[in-house]
Design a protein around this ligand. Structure first.
Ligand SMILES: [Zn+2]
Length: 574
């Protein structure tokens, strides 16, 4: 075929005009960087950050270092300022990366002619909130360690308060009524520990003499309310017996070792010498080779590349930084750009950032968080914007020209990402999110699945928000009702499903199921819509959480669901 040059030239011009009109309608006409270049640069960032060689960018690892070097180079190339006192854009923070038992964990009892050494793991283990240390003292039995005036139960009243001080308390983990659905359910192990310490315990040994009672958790967690006395659980019946002997003496030694590492937030600044400062953030850490809790991968360690979670957010962050740096229209605020680390471990980087800002945080106008913005589903075009209730000023969002997305707003300022750290400090926030997918927190969250056209549109949309807000002065903060779905600790039970947060219909649409959790065991499948749980209609997330909250661990409840349009009822053991 012969190319007709003049014609194709005309064609190119027509295409250019159409394209220009499209950009205008998408609100991108104000963008300095051409559309094609923007998409190419987003891709360049994500290709780099989500490469296998970064091994999942776990906080404090070499992969985190390679990623942070890349972000620093981009900031430098853009000519962004470093924020005092952070040298070279880096804000380091220390965190506990691992908690494990040392070699010195011992439990012995000494009685006349009846001494014994309990082997670690087989017979006893320190509890998660035990301190490290030694307790060597006579033991007293403190029953269940419960004082419940309403239930007319007091394990401490028969004991002499002065005599028990400095002793080792033996406490039963069960309930006085020996029921699974006990009237004493609120008196958990933690509250009994607090009460024992108040009564002068030098150490605590929990025992279990009820079949209906669960043994306490034996895993060492990084986050825990650690006390400064040794606290152990002993499952060996000898101890149950010997606590009845007269004045047994116990020797407890616990050694819990914390490993510390350093994570790095990467911060750049545009100082327009204004009173108010806007923070734009995205976390760049991810789940490493799957060693970080939160990974849904099973099997051999594999790099969790986190292209969507959250190389996509970092790419958007860098492009917004580039735009704001080159754009004179946004000079009424100062702008801070933060690539957070430690997010996947529990918002460590953003918590440190707000704590380190101290009173300076009062100057924060608002915070925008981009976490998972790379997988816009172009058949649905739904962009979730969370936090719209955190300021009355966000009402302005409705006037932002947007022909591209269906915006799914949610009011709560609390969610499983870094904006929560700012909301807690009373800073208005928004979190942008293109929705969940089956590769979430798995090694398959790869670059090939990124929708660059979609992400470019997200960048334009956020830029338009920044542009509008720059004319508004400082936003006032408003507190929101917290989304119950992000408030997991309140519930004693979990279904083990991942809800589809973008689902608009009635009920809870299941987007993923953990096989070994209650929903998985009951045969609930991806795509099912839960409409009733334990006779509570689960019309929305609040109702679903209410249904979960109404039950206890071990309850067997009917769960009504829609599967392929048909109603099915399964029995779930929570
Ligand atoms: Zn994330």
């Amino acid at each position: 075929m012969q190319l007709n040059l003049p014609n194709s030239f005309n064609m190119a011009r027509i295409l250019f005009v159409i394209a220009a009109l499209l950009y205008y309608s998408n609100g991108s006409s104000q963008f300095v960087k051409p559309h094609i270049q923007l998409k190419a640069d987003l891709k360049k960032h994500i290709l780099f950050l989500a490469n296998d060689s970064l091994q999942g960018r776990a906080t404090g690892t070499r992969g985190e270092g390679i990623a942070s070097d890349y972000i620093i180079k981009q900031y430098r190339d853009l000519g962004l300022q470093t924020m005092m006192p952070y040298d070279n854009y880096i804000q380091p923070f220390k965190f506990t990366s691992k908690v494990y038992l040392g070699k010195k964990n011992t439990l012995k009892y000494i009685e006349s002619g009846n001494n014994g050494n309990f082997p670690l793991h087989k017979a006893f283990y320190p509890l998660n909130n035990s301190g490290s240390g030694v307790a060597f003292a006579r033991a007293i039995s403190a029953g269940f360690g419960i004082v419940a005036p309403k239930l007319n139960h007091d394990d401490y009243s028969p004991l002499n308060k002065d005599e028990i001080k400095g002793k080792i308390f033996i406490i039963k983990v069960g309930y006085p009524d020996a029921k699974i659905h006990s009237a004493y359910a609120e008196y958990d192990v933690d509250s009994r520990i607090d009460l024992a310490i108040k009564n002068g315990a030098a150490g605590i040994v929990f025992i279990n003499d009820q079949d209906s009672a669960f043994n306490p958790d034996s895993t060492m967690k990084i986050k825990s309310n650690r006390k400064n006395i040794p606290i152990v659980f002993c499952g060996d019946k000898r101890l149950t017996m010997s606590r009845q002997a007269k004045d047994p003496v116990y020797f407890i030694e616990t050694e819990i070792i914390k490993e510390e590492k350093t994570g790095h937030n990467i911060i750049a600044y545009i100082d327009n010498e204004q009173e108010n400062t806007v923070v734009i953030g995205a976390h760049y850490d991810h789940l490493g080779m799957g060693e970080i809790s939160g990974s849904l991968h099973k099997g051999k360690p594999e790099a969790h590349n986190g292209a969507d979670d959250n190389a996509s957010g970092v790419a958007a962050l860098l492009e917004l930084a580039s735009q704001l740096k080159n754009d004179p229209k946004t000079a009424n605020n100062n702008y801070i750009f933060v690539a957070f680390s430690g997010e996947e471990l529990g918002l460590y980087g953003s918590s440190h950032f707000v704590a380190d800002m101290g009173f300076g945080i009062k100057a924060f106008n608002y915070m925008l968080n981009m976490d998972m913005v790379g997988r816009l589903d172009s058949t649905k075009n739904i962009l979730a914007v969370n936090g719209t209730g955190t300021s009355p000023g966000w009402a302005l969002l409705d006037s932002i020209k947007n022909l591209r997305f269906i915006i799914k707003k949610s009011e709560s300022g609390v969610g499983p990402s870094d904006h929560t750290s700012f909301y807690k400090e009373k800073v208005p926030v928004l979190h942008f999110f293109t929705g969940n997918h089956s590769d979430y927190h798995k090694p398959g969250d790869d670059e090939i699945y990124i929708n660059y056209e979609g992400e470019a549109q997200v960048v334009y949309y956020i830029y338009n928000i920044i542009l509008q807000m720059d004319k508004q002065g400082k936003l006032t903060f408003s507190a929101t009702k917290d989304n119950a779905e992000n408030d997991r600790p309140r519930f004693k039970v979990t279904m083990g499903i991942m809800p589809d947060y973008l689902y608009e219909g009635t009920g809870i649409k299941v987007d993923g199921v953990t096989a070994e959790k209650p929903a998985g065991k009951a045969g609930i499948q991806k795509g099912d819509i839960i409409i009733e749980l334990g006779n509570i209609k689960t019309t929305n997330m609040q109702q679903y959480m209410k249904a979960l909250g109404a039950n206890n661990k071990g309850d067997k409840v009917p769960c009504k669901l829609l599967r392929g349009g048909k109603e099915v009822t399964v029995q779930v053991v929570l």
